[in-house]
Design a protein around this ligand. Structure first.
Ligand code: HEM
Length: 186
């Protein structure tokens, strides 16, 4: 394991948070199906959606979306990796949030489905197509391994800021590393 990956993994393991969105209860699911990571993140319990007054959203989805949205701000300010997001940053700077909304939805849904959500369908590109400028002009260049690790560090910061407990942070980190081979193309 190289040093930056070690740092990313340490950030995941050390992430200790105040339990807010992801307040865990010890009660077992009433169904006999095994508990998925999505269940641990809040699962299908319906809660009101603060971004869309009057509507409800699954608690697991809301928790992931909250981490994704705040991670985008951390990444936007991260001079090691914000160079990949020039299209998005130019749009947002000019007051156009449509690309951001789509990215938020696609990244949240991808992670929700990957953790075990059943009520959402990922509608974006494959991980290899999403991270290749020839198939996704919204990414400025192909990603290298050091920058992949930095992305994970930023997501871990966001998750910790949002109160994700360290055991779940570690599980989410492990899951994200499963797509490293498709995302890293340089
Ligand atoms: C586990 C790691 C990652 C996951 C699960 C992931 C997932 C995604 C998803 C779902 C999309 C949207 C695809 C679409 O709309 O068709 C996307 C777009 C993108 N990703 Fe990643 N990604 C990961 C890592 C990275 C890394 C390491 C970088 C760069 C350092 C990166 C940069 C981008 C960029 C620039 C876009 C386009 C953003 C936009 O639409 O404006 N991603 N990614």
């Amino acid at each position: 394991m190289n040093l930056s990956k070690t740092t990313a993994v340490a950030a995941l393991i050390l992430g200790v948070g105040v339990v807010t969105i992801f307040n865990q209860s010890c009660k077992k699911s009433s169904s006999s199906a095994p508990q998925t990571l999505y269940d641990s993140l809040g699962g299908t319990t319906m809660v009101s959606d603060p971004a869309n007054p009057g509507t409800n959203v699954e608690k697991g989805y809301l928790g992931i979306r909250t981490i994704v949205d705040s991670a985008v701000f951390i990444i936007a300010a991260d001079t090691q990796i914000n160079k990949y997001f020039t299209v998005l940053l130019a749009e947002v700077t000019s007051g156009n949030f449509s690309g951001y909304q789509k990215l938020s939805t696609n990244l949240t849904t991808f992670l929700a489905v990957a953790t075990g959500a059943k009520d959402y369908t990922y509608g974006g590109r494959s991980m290899s197509a999403a991270h290749n400028p020839s198939t996704n002009p919204r990414i400025s260049e192909t990603v290298d391994s050091a920058d992949f690790n930095e992305f994970i560090v930023d997501v871990a910061k966001s998750a910790t800021n949002n109160g994700l407990p360290s055991n779940l942070l570690s599980s989410v980190g492990t899951l994200m590393y499963t797509v490293e081979g498709q995302v890293v193309q340089r």
